[in-house]
Design a protein around this ligand. Structure first.
Ligand code: FES
Ligand code: FES
Length: 149
């Protein structure tokens, strides 16, 4: 598969999830493991441009796929406008859910560059935040939409 622009060999147990492969195989630990049940969104990555819960997909199923993780968003070590917006609105509290929130928001903004607050709520409805920072998270995504060219 291609991960963040680099071709990577998938040599892993048949029952290993994409999340296992990214975190344990490639040490891309920005993608978080939490519920392992597809309920929290902490493990969100893009597969072929679609946001998915990587804990629900087997690594082997992604053979030949194009994967994007949170590590790819800060090109050249600079945070993306979306990531900057998360910081500016105070959306990052403990930070555990944030990579998944950012990847879901990145996907939303790709489909809809200027979402309303309702559209952001709907788009991020699969991503839980234990710190309860939903207001700031949604504000960050709306603000990033305003920055979008
Ligand atoms: S760890 Fe995948 S949805 Fe929670
Ligand atoms: S910022 Fe702590 S879980 Fe979301």
């Amino acid at each position: 598969m291609t991960v963040n622009g680099s071709e990577r060999d998938v040599d892993t147990a048949a029952n290993a999830t994409l999340l296992d492969f990214l975190r344990d195989g490639l040490r891309l630990t920005g993608t978080k493991e939490c519920c392992d049940l597809g309920e929290c969104g902490a493990c969100t990555v893009l597969v072929g441009g679609r946001a998915i819960n990587s804990c629900l997909v087997l690594a082997g199923e992604c053979d030949g796929s194009d994967i994007t993780t949170i590590e790819a968003l800060a090109a050249g070590g600079r945070l993306s406008k979306l990531q900057e917006a998360f910081l500016a609105t105070g959306a990052v509290q403990c930070g555990f859910c944030i990579p998944g929130q950012v990847m879901a928001a990145h996907h939303l903004l790709h489909r809809n560059p200027h979402p309303t607050i309702e559209e952001v709520r709907e788009g991020l409805s699969g991503n839980l935040c234990r710190c309860g920072g939903y207001v700031q998270i949604c504000e960050a995504v709306v603000a990033a939409g305003h920055l979008h060219p």
